[in-house]
Ligand binder design. Structure first.
Ligand SMILES: *[C@@H]1O[C@H](CO)[C@@H](O)[C@H](O)[C@H]1NC(C)=O
Ligand SMILES: *[C@@H]1O[C@H](CO)[C@@H](O)[C@H](O)[C@H]1NC(C)=O
Ligand SMILES: *[C@@H]1O[C@H](CO)[C@@H](O)[C@H](O)[C@H]1NC(C)=O
Ligand SMILES: *[C@@H]1O[C@H](CO)[C@@H](O)[C@H](O)[C@H]1NC(C)=O
Length: 392
């Protein structure tokens, strides 16, 4: 870098020299020699720093140096110290090669009030795949009664969680932290007590272990349940144009889980300025906005923008559709597993849907591995179906 700067400095001096000569004497030979030397300097420079291989281009509109790969919006204003520090930490983590484990595992993080109603179904899902998964249970209300040996002893230290409160995000982070302690865990899936698997283990394992992005749901919602929840107290770090919405049921790569651990700046912003009952009676729900906004700002190309957990919002109500035992048919399960595009329902007056195809490492693939919400009563019928759809 120093050499390049010295060169540029030299070139500038040369230009000044040439300029002044031109004005004073206009001696032709000197002018031509200067021009030739300028051209050769550029040729040498282009040879040493070929575009594409280096991070520093001559005459590049992106500029020079380490900020090349960051989203362009950060240049629209001067960053605060906290932001610069935060971005450099995130960038270094993303750049470092992820730890390669000889025995890679998927971590299943269950966020539940108490006993898991579908534990027998999950047991069937995990059976025969010992050593390729690890389970963590955050029970926010009461100690779960486990019926599966895979779940016994997997409860982590938990705290109470209020619906829509920031304690939800804290619990997600607590689950991630516990699961990160095991270096074999390479991918992390957050699930609720009303989630079920809709694919067999092998399919889920390969889908998540070999993905090159995290499945974090993320979309702009111009309506009251999206941008309507934004407050300007989040400035300067979080601008309205960067505010995003998405389902809380994420799955993420290890590097992304570490970035979440490293974040204090955006975490604190959302903790104070995205919560129920804010001034003016406004509500914001961090579990639907913090991670989508954070990843949109810091690694937009690293997330898929859809969640691998299916949910049916088509009824347009406050809560998604919940399936009962009588709703469970082969047809329903086939419909869920064959979807290869995801739909985002916006809350603006037009109520427009944004449909995006599900692309996995460049290939069009089915979107969903899990589904919610299911009533506990549906477990019996799901168990009989599972032998069938687990072959999918
Ligand atoms: C997700 O959306 C962002 C824009 O917010 C885009 O830059 C990125 O490429 C999208 N991810 C994928 C995998 O398409
Ligand atoms: C499955 O999808 C088809 C085609 O979209 C639809 O007609 C049918 O009602 C769906 N079945 C269930 C049970 O959702
Ligand atoms: C993931 O893989 C696809 C296809 O190879 C590629 O287009 C995309 O840029 C990759 N994304 C990341 C974040 O590496
Ligand atoms: C399982 O699949 C077969 C073939 O598709 C079907 O005939 C059978 O009824 C299914 N079993 C259940 C329990 O749905």
């Amino acid at each position: 870098m120093k050499k390049v700067l010295a060169w540029l400095q030299g070139t500038r001096n040369l230009l000044i020299m040439v300029g002044s000569r031109k004005r004073s004497q206009l001696r032709r030979p000197t002018w031509i020699i200067a021009l030739i030397s300028l051209v050769s300097i550029f040729l040498v420079a282009a040879y040493i720093f070929p575009p594409g291989r280096s991070t520093c281009y001559f005459f590049s509109s992106k500029g020079c140096g380490t900020y090349d790969e960051l989203p362009p919006n950060i240049f629209s204003r001067e960053l605060t110290d906290d932001e610069t520090e935060s971005r450099i930490v995130v960038k270094e983590i993303l750049r470092s090669n992820p730890i390669r484990s000889k025995n890679p595992k998927i971590a299943f993080l269950f966020l539940t009030p108490g006993t898991l109603p579908f534990e027998r179904l999950w047991h069937m899902f995990f059976q025969g795949h010992e050593g390729r998964f690890s389970i963590y249970v955050h029970a926010s209300r009461e100690k779960p009664a486990h019926v599966s040996r895979y779940f016994v002893g997997r409860d982590i230290r938990s705290e109470s969680v209020g619906w829509g409160r920031f304690s939800m995000v804290e619990a997600e982070r607590r689950l991630l932290a516990n699961a990160l302690l095991d270096p074999d865990n390479q991918h992390f899936v957050l699930l609720s007590e009303s989630c079920i698997p809709v694919r067999h283990f092998e399919f889920v394992y390969n889908y998540l272990l070999f993905t090159n992005v995290s499945f974090i749901d993320c979309f702009p919602d111009p309506g009251p349940h999206g941008n309507g929840r934004y407050t300007e107290h989040m400035l300067p770090e979080v601008e309205r144009k960067d505010f995003r919405k998405g389902s809380q049921w994420f799955s993420m790569k290890r590097q992304h889980a570490i970035i979440v651990m490293a974040d204090n700046l955006y975490y604190t912003k959302f903790k104070h300025h995205c919560r129920p009952n804010m001034e003016g009676g406004r509500n914001c729900y961090s579990d639907e906005h913090y991670l989508p906004t954070f990843f949109h700002m810091l690694d937009p190309g690293g997330i898929a923008n859809w969640s691998v957990t299916y949910v049916d919002w088509s009824e347009g109500k406050w809560h998604p559709r919940s399936f009962r035992a009588r709703d469970i048919t082969q047809d329903l399960l086939n419909n869920i597993t064959s979807l290869d595009e995801s739909t985002h329902f916006q809350s603006d007056a037009k109520r427009s849907n944004v449909i995006t195809p599900c692309v996995w490492n460049g290939l069009r693939r089915p979107c969903f591995l899990f589904a919610r919400k299911f009533f506990p009563e549906s477990q019996t019928v799901l168990l009989t179906f599972f032998a069938n759809f687990s072959r999918l």
